[in-house]
Ligand binder design. Sequence first.
Ligand SMILES: [Zn+2]
Ligand SMILES: [Zn+2]
Length: 458
Amino acid sequence: MAEDYTNLPVSELLRPEGFQCPYCGRVHKTGLRHLRVRQGALNDIPEVLGKLGAKRPFVFCDANTWEAAGRRVTEILSAAGIGYALHIFHEEDLEPDERAAGSLAMHWDNTCDILMPVGSGVLNDLGKVLGHVANLPTMIIGTAPSMDGYASNSSSMLVDGIKVTLYNKCPAAIIADIDVMRQAPMRMIKSGLGDVIAKYISICEWRISHLVTGEAYCEGIATLVRHSLKKLTAAADRLTERDPETVASIVEGLVLAGMAMAFAETSRPASGLEHYFSHIWDMMCLERGQTADLHGIQVGVGTVLTMRLYQWLRTVTPDREKALASVASFDRARWEEDVRRIFGKIAPNILEIEDRVRKNDPEKHKKRLEVLCDRWDEVLKIIGEELPDIGWFENMMRSAGMPMLPQDLSFPATAQDVQDALRGSREIRDKYLGSSVLWDLGLLDEAVERVLGCAEME
Ligand SMILES: [Zn+2]
Ligand SMILES: [Zn+2]
């Protein structure tokens, strides 16, 4: 029977049979079975292992996460009489690549029946890849609330020097001890906040895409995400004090975002234009041999930029003739040149996407433009309902000490990099974003000029 799940706490959304959704009619479920978010949650490890029927974990961490939680995890296992294998990475800058995955495989102990990465981003991603290869469950011991990949069924990896998403399996359990999490480096905690507040944009663009392209949408999943945004933003001003409740809200928001993606079976509920700013900055840094900033820090800056773009978009009136003229004058050669400049060595992959998707095709454009022009009041209504007041939003970010502008990033992002990220955003995937709306309306150049003309980005 259809049951409204939108008011349930995260921990009650885990049942194996999932939920028959009263909003979209589909069944939503996650592979995550056990979630412990509380102070002292590390002590739950033996009990949760028992529930999963696992006897011998393969624990792995790096030198930092060993200090943060790894040592304590092994003590808890020993005290409970549970044997384990242990691997500590000593590399300075561990990358989620062939080398790290290979190293893990070579230290693999065949008597283990569960993987136990202790850490966040990279260690998590590696755990899911190896768990997939070994066909074993993963229990994640989180050490920093830095990104929403904890509960996702994919890993962001570097394969042959290119960033790709590998789909594998959700972890079976996540242990997030708030006593550990709140001691994480402050920038990692802020990164988590950045990855959660991005969801304002994700949900807004999901609805716009549903309207313009007919993409499947679920109001139930969107409601879940809105609840976690509300809870988190109310506590954001206590982030700099490492307030346990605020840190727990970030962790819950991140786990929920991962689950929302599993429920929707797409990244839509958790990733919109703001994420594409970050993805393209990652690609640029990789190409230039620079180190990018933390994912959620970049996403937070991308969210501020995207909010400003929408703020401007609300003031325009679609002009059908202007939009048609803009597409009629579309210069494929110039566009290709831009793609090659922005994407460097992965440009051929990007050009191939357009050959397949053909989003620049005039007939397809015309269809989307008709919807935008005829139903612009509905687009404005969606933006008005989903995006918070920009003054309130930027104050909330400031009160949490969040990096907000490109110049706050740890690598030197130029005005050109910011503009290129907006232009390139609509090319990476067949995903309808704010930049797609701007392109369809023939306003992308003007938006770049007016909103991202970086000199006045104060
Ligand atoms: Zn649904
Ligand atoms: Zn993210």
